[in-house]
Design a protein around this ligand. Sequence first.
Ligand code: C5P
Length: 235
Amino acid sequence: MTDKRYWLVIPAAGTGQRMKTGRPKQYLHLQNRFLLDVTLSRLLQAAAFDGCMVALHPADSWWEKSESARDSRITTCAGGAERRDSVLLALQALEPEASVDDWVLVHDVARPCLGAADLKNLMSILDEHPVGGLLACPVSDTLKYAGADCAVTGTLDRTGIWRALTPQMFRFGLLREALEQAAVDGVPVTDEASAVEHAGNSPQLVEGSSDNIKVTVPGDLPMAEFILSRLGAGH
Ligand code: C5P
């Protein structure tokens, strides 16, 4: 028996304007389901969580039509103006039940292709870690600096450069405090790890699959369909 507890937080309060589809991307269709339902059902099937909090846009009119709305394991709260506000509001909603040393895994709703093996690997590698960490991928492309005119001004040394993916898994109390502090200090926070780093900690990178894409532009949807069909076939 373990007394470790794991909470799942899904920021899903974005409006997905880069998709230019007129509806939030989490409600676009993937495998004939809402993208959000694919992400949530895959995660909840892959690991056992003590609770799952989904942050929704306050004006979300789609949630009630989702399969997830009828899943008793899932609770919702209102998200905020930025992703980090949505995550913090979800943590605050879980606070009455969670303890500071519990683990919380934060996963973008827009990443439906997370593999179960990557999730299990993240959880087992970080099991005894004092801070936590995140799935990440080493960068394989050459990286360029350029101005607004797209004229190259330099090439970045890619040695030691990783792409941050989700889930990101941290101690509950540490993450909540780090996000609150980053907000007070006005530090840009595009993932949980940035806030945890700003608080003086060193999150652990756990190498994950580059298949764990974030659906951002319309062309990402067919790619997600393809990856999911391969994952379904046991690849
Ligand atoms: O827009 P982007 O893909 O970077 O958003 C990443 C994640 O953050 C998505 O899951 C999106 O729904 C979520 N988000 C949020 N609250 C916001 C903005 C984005 O929960 N205000």
